[in-house]
Design a binder for this molecule. Structure first.
Ligand SMILES: Cc1cc2nc3c(=O)[nH]c(=O)nc-3n(C[C@H](O)[C@H](O)[C@H](O)COP(=O)(O)OP(=O)(O)OC[C@H]3O[C@@H](n4cnc5c(N)ncnc54)[C@H](O)[C@@H]3O)c2cc1C
Length: 446
């Protein structure tokens, strides 16, 4: 196939993760063709699909929720029907334990906040006193009574709200790690509260779990590519931008090894580490680059275990309370019967194990929970070392807005100031905001 030809003077979008794709689709939707440059051989960035034998799996099992409105709208724009793309189910947290008793919290199909109230009132596996304190906390959350002048750790917040040891360990710690990839002891209480508010206190279906029925490539990157190209845009893979070009009027384009493209409208939608590297040499952007240095990166590890096809969980998703693994997904719903994905967010002893040992230990944990499962046929461990920034106390102070001090340059990415932790929703929102900021800038000729 012939290499696509870059069109001079198109809007440039650098980075084909979900943020860059979101920006490119937003512009295309507004009749503005883009040229998107992506360093890798494929689109999707930190949410992409890869090969596991003859199957396509994800670089990390992703879970979405009903509150991801920007993401769902983006999918609709590029022609993906969320109704068929996801298994959507009311929140059902089934936390199984190797040593602890299990905990189960299930939302009911009722209007908000009744759905949550009933879920909390009927949570199984908590001492009565802890259940009462949980209810009390939730009522305060629903009534908007929890206000923080200064950011503190999520752990301090929960202590102040008299959450008991069991509910913290079995519910809050896993929810905090899953939604922010940061342990309670370090996580920003403000961001955690924002996640809880968006998920639980608005529409009842915002707390629904959305489990992808296909791989991540099909969910957005591939249909987005079609959409951008149909709108007159160009996508160039294997194009790693090395420098931003500047002159007295602002940003004037970019270079990559062996090429240069000029444009007075550039959206930079790369990983924060790369963003910092590209911004740092330019005095007007050095301040943003210095702030980005404060964003610590946290890993996420996914262990895929392929079993015989009859092996199945009794639900698409389960939590694991006291093992190495934290969440277990049955990929049967993605057409892979027997494929189990185990997610481990953040740091921990697993980082010191090699893949073979980690795979074996996670397999042994599953065998303890499911005595009738045979040994796995194959195991694949995927480690994303820089999966997300750590959502620590006051992290929002270091997150840049979409507009920059340089004319013609905007930023996008899950790390920009969206008010959300590093998620697909944050990435998509950031891309839309960067595109909208460009569209709304009177100085920009489009
Ligand atoms: C294992 C894992 C599990 C996760 N689980 C969840 C989950 O369950 N739910 C959820 O909501 N979120 C989850 N996330 C977070 C989510 O994937 C990210 O927030 C999101 O994908 C970030 O998108 P982005 O576009 O901002 O950045 P990226 O995906 O990093 O995109 C940046 C793109 O820019 C490209 N690029 C970099 N440098 C250059 C350059 N110099 N020139 C050109 N291109 C360049 C990269 O190749 C990449 O494609 C998970 C992440 C990981 C890694």
């Amino acid at each position: 196939m012939a290499e696509p030809v870059p069109k001079p003077d198109n809007v440039l979008v650098i980075g084909g993760g979900w943020a860059g794709l979101s920006a490119a689709v937003e512009l295309t939707h507004n009749g503005i063709p883009v040229t998107l440059l992506e360093a890798a051989r494929q689109l999707g960035g930190r949410a992409r699909c890869i090969a596991f034998g003859d199957q396509r799996i994800d670089n990390g099992q992703h879970l979405m929720i009903g509150a991801y409105q920007a993401m769902l709208n983006l999918m609709i724009t590029v022609g993906v029907d969320p109704v068929t793309a996801f298994l959507r189910q009311p929140l059902d947290l089934h936390m199984r334990g190797l040593r602890q008793p299990e905990l189960r919290m299930r939302a009911r199909k009722l209007p908000a906040p009744l759905h949550l109230a009933l879920a909390l009132a009927t949570v199984r596996g908590l001492p009565a006193r802890e259940r009462l304190q949980l209810l009390r906390f939730s009522v305060r959350l629903l009534r908007g009574k929890i206000l923080l002048d200064n950011d503190i750790t999520a752990q301090a917040l929960l202590l102040g709200e008299r959450q008991g040891a069991r509910v913290v360990r079995a519910l809050w710690e896993p929810l905090c790690l899953a939604s922010m990839n940061t342990p309670l002891a370090e996580a920003s209480a403000k961001l955690f509260l924002e996640v809880l508010r968006r998920t639980f206190t608005t529409e009842a279906n915002y707390s629904d779990l959305l489990i992808p029925k296909d791989d991540l490539g099909v969910l957005l990157p591939e249909p987005a590519l079609d959409f951008i190209e149909r709108g007159g845009g160009t996508v160039l893979l294997n194009h790693r931008v090395e420098h931003l070009l500047m002159d007295e009027d602002g940003c004037r384009g970019v270079t990559w090894r062996g090429g240069e493209l000029n444009s007075r409208r550039v959206i930079l939608a790369v990983h924060p580490v790369m963003c910092r590297r590209l911004l740092a040499p330019h005095p007007a952007l050095a301040g943003i680059a210095a702030e980005l240095a404060h964003l610590r990166q946290e890993p996420i590890t996914t262990v895929y275990l392929r079993y015989a096809e009859h092996v199945a969980l009794d639900s698409a998703l389960q939590g694991l309370q006291d093992g190495l693994g934290q969440w277990i997904f049955d990929r049967r719903i993605a057409g892979h019967p027997g494929l189990i994905a185990v997610v481990i967010s953040g740091r921990g002893e697993h980082l010191g194990m090699d893949n073979a040992v980690l795979g074996e230990k996670v397999g042994a944990e599953l065998a303890k929970l499911h005595l009738d499962w045979p040994a796995p046929l194959a195991i694949r461990v995927i480690r994303e070392k820089r999966a997300t920034f750590a959502a620590t106390v006051d992290v929002d102070r270091h997150r840049p807005a979409a507009p920059t001090p340089v004319a013609g340059l905007w930023l996008a990415g899950d790390f920009t100031a969206t008010g959300l932790p590093a998620t697909l929703e944050s990435a998509v929102l950031s891309g839309q905001r960067a595109a909208q900021a460009m569209l709304g800038d009177a100085a920009v000729e489009l």
